[in-house]
Design a protein around this ligand. Structure first.
Ligand code: ZN
Length: 543
């Protein structure tokens, strides 16, 4: 029956161990409060640790313990070189014995039954922290079919644990202060840490040896709740009302952050623990583990798209809650991406692009740069060759769009798409109708116009979503190709953000100068194509 791990406890820890066990603390929480940072000590079954702790304190009664055994042999001088707190503790064995005796005669083994729920961790470091829990966590991860090399385990605890921890710390502090040593709250091992020390290795083993690390793209979230003790926090609402503000989207205003803030405030104000039982009372039930949540960080995919269809919006077009047009550029792209990256299609992506075109405008040439954030994808590792395959899938799925230069990019790189967007140039071709008949030579002067500055009042058609303003935009150059007496093609190279349709028809004089003025007749735009969007991102990928 020799213990698997020698608990690294010192003589000075004895009163703490004694006090915590009698208060109804589990073995692992005792280790935490003794600031034991040896992971192996937490990994052995908590019932084993409990037995060792009980043996440790009963050793004191018999006047010998594993740690203090060499002490009687050492001289006073030797002891002085030790940690002051140890020295103090071993300096006055009689008074300590006197203090301990009643406690020991209460026999913690009689008071603390193995099935009892810890008043501090509410059972989290007891039966909710071991091989069977690890199997359950691993099972969930396996069924979700994520692809990953590493994972990070995140733990979410009920907020009242902070209150209990604080109260217990005050309880222990009283004891150690009498022994004139210091117990820094920051030295106490956190429940979260202890839980991870036990569980990380077990979960890793269940998942076939995948590395459980402190930073990973893939997070497995474990959450505990404990409705029975939710009211523990409520006194803080009256003690520190300014720390708690009701929020719309949180179930309870007693968030962990707010509770910690309030407790810090109380500690600074040096107010006693009169608001909360010290030590905390024992709960009748253990915490409830919530569903395990898997989350993979976003993947960013960028490329350029062509739009060949005059009845396809860039993004879903909804007017008064009613959908117009059955699809959109972003949906066509996302559809194919989702079969590779396995994200939730309905809400699982954010689309952005370098500007946008109207539903009836085609985007030709090299296309328009776009980027997509894929939320919680099940995989993030696609090779260049696989990305090429994704691109082909998109291009084969519809003749309305085509993508090129499809690649995985970083979140930071995405910013480059929007950088200097306003200064970039765009090229267009427009099919123009003229009211008065024209001849070939009537439009040749257009080719000579350079850097024409327009004053554009916010167009009527976008006034419902944009503020009224006058913006200056430059048409760098134009060229006209005669078709027939009422039609010609107009090519334009403009500053990004120029309203082309308004330049052509004048928008009731809201854009000046406009093509009607230049040609001295009413003109209208029948078709518009974007020929190029001159943004040099994302980098071109050779075919
Ligand atoms: Zn505990």
């Amino acid at each position: 029956m020799s213990p698997a791990v020698m608990l690294p406890l010192k003589e000075k820890d004895k009163p703490i161990v004694q006090k915590l066990l009698s208060a109804g603390c589990c073995a692992r929480c005792v280790l935490r409060f003794c600031c034991v940072s040896v992971h192996a000590a937490y990994r052995q079954p908590h019932q084993e640790t409990l037995k060792e702790l009980q043996a440790f304190i009963s050793d004191t009664e018999n006047g010998k313990s594993q740690d203090s055994a060499p002490a009687p042999e050492s001289t006073e001088e030797d002891n002085k070189s030790h940690d002051a707190s140890v020295l103090e503790a071993s300096d006055d064995p009689p008074s300590k014995k006197a203090k301990l005796d009643p406690g020991v005669s209460d026999a913690p083994s009689a008071e603390v039954k193995e099935s009892d729920v810890c008043m501090l961790c509410l059972g989290i470091l007891q039966d909710l922290c071991g091989p069977s829990r690890a199997v359950k966590i691993a099972e969930t991860v396996k069924t979700e079919n994520y692809k990953f090399d590493t994972l990070v385990l995140s733990v979410s605890l009920p907020a009242q644990l902070c209150v209990r921890e604080h109260s217990c710390w005050l309880h222990v502090k009283k004891e150690v202060r009498e022994k004139s040593s210091v117990l820094d709250k920051d030295d106490v091992i956190q429940v979260k840490e202890a839980f991870k020390w036990v569980m990380q290795g077990l979960v890793a083993k269940e998942l076939g040896g995948v590395a459980v690390v402190t930073k990973s793209q893939f997070e497995v979230g474990v959450e505990f709740t404990h409705p029975e003790t939710d009211a523990d926090c409520h006194f803080l609402g009256t003690t520190c009302p300014d720390c708690f503000k009701p929020t719309k989207n949180k179930l309870s205003m007693f968030t962990r952050m707010a509770v910690v803030k309030a407790l810090e405030k109380i500690l600074k104000a040096n107010s006693s623990s009169k608001h909360f039982p010290c030590p905390p009372t024992r709960p009748s039930s253990s915490c409830t583990p919530q569903d395990v949540q898997c989350l993979h960080v976003s993947v960013f995919v960028a490329g350029r798209y062509n739009k060949f269809c005059r009845s396809l919006p860039q993004t879903p077009w909804v007017i008064d809650g009613e959908r117009r047009m059955e699809s959109s550029v972003e949906e066509l792209i996302a559809d194919s991406l989702s079969s590779y990256f396995l994200f939730y299609l309905f809400t699982g992506f954010n689309f952005s692009s370098s500007g946008r075109e109207d539903v009836d405008v085609r985007t030709l040439g090299n296309g328009r740069p776009f980027a997509m954030e894929l939320l919680n994808p099940h995989t993030s590792r696609l090779s260049r060759a696989e990305m090429k395959q994704v691109q082909e899938t998109i291009n084969n799925s519809s003749d309305k769009i085509k993508v090129r230069d499809l690649q995985i990019v970083t979140r930071e790189a995405m910013g480059r798409m929007k950088e200097g967007e306003e200064e970039k140039t765009k090229s267009y071709t427009a099919l123009i109708w003229t009211q008065k008949p024209i001849q070939r030579e009537d439009i040749t002067f257009i080719d000579e116009i350079k850097d024409l500055t327009l004053d554009q009042k916010t167009p009527l058609r976008v006034l419902h979503r944009r503020a009224l303003a006058v913006r200056q935009r430059v048409i760098h150059s134009m060229n006209a190709r005669f078709l027939d007496p009422h039609h010609f093609h107009l090519g334009l190279k403009t500053q990004a953000g120029t309203y082309i349709k308004e330049f052509v028809h004048g928008d009731f004089g809201r854009t000046k100068p406009n093509l009607c003025q230049l040609l001295n007749t009413d003109t209208d735009i029948l078709e518009l194509d974007v020929e190029s969007v001159d943004v040099d991102w994302p980098p071109a990928i050779p075919e």
